[in-house]
Design a protein around this ligand. Structure first.
Ligand SMILES: Nc1ncnc2c1ncn2[C@@H]1O[C@H](COP(=O)(O)OP(=O)(O)OP(=O)(O)O)[C@@H](O)[C@H]1O
Ligand SMILES: [Mg+2]
Length: 98
């Protein structure tokens, strides 16, 4: 689930922003451990983020399922984007801990 979500945000960077970065980290909070994924780019940004999060919305030739799919696969999902501000997606997936 995590690798699929990473793949989707990485594909978006390549397709829409050309370059950017994906940083994967181990995180912990109150006895939980998890994985955080931060995908960021300084590309064109997304004019309407609510629209981009809808199933089937695409400005390209995709299926428009990458962002909403990644949100469903992960426990936490936040996106901030704006025209000429680039795009940052922060996603987390938790386990119960050891
Ligand atoms: N990093 C980004 N920079 C600019 N626009 C983006 C970025 N990521 C997503 N978008 C915009 O949000 C839309 C929806 O993204 P999403 O990943 O859900 O679908 P898609 O990439 O069009 O198709 P799919 O991922 O199903 O192949 C994109 O069509 C694009 O307009
Ligand atoms: Mg996509």
């Amino acid at each position: 689930m995590i690798s699929t979500a990473i793949s989707e945000v990485a594909r978006n960077i390549i397709r829409y922003a050309v370059e950017g970065e994906v940083v994967v980290s181990a995180i912990s909070d109150r006895g939980r451990v998890g994985v955080q994924v931060v995908a960021s780019d300084s590309g064109p940004g997304i004019p309407d983020v609510d629209l981009a999060m809808r199933d089937g919305y695409t400005t390209g030739s995709g299926m428009g399922l990458g962002l909403p799919g990644a949100r469903r696969l992960m426990d936490e999902f936040a996106i901030s984007s704006g025209v000429s501000e680039g795009t940052t997606v922060v996603m987390k997936k938790w386990t119960r801990g050891l």
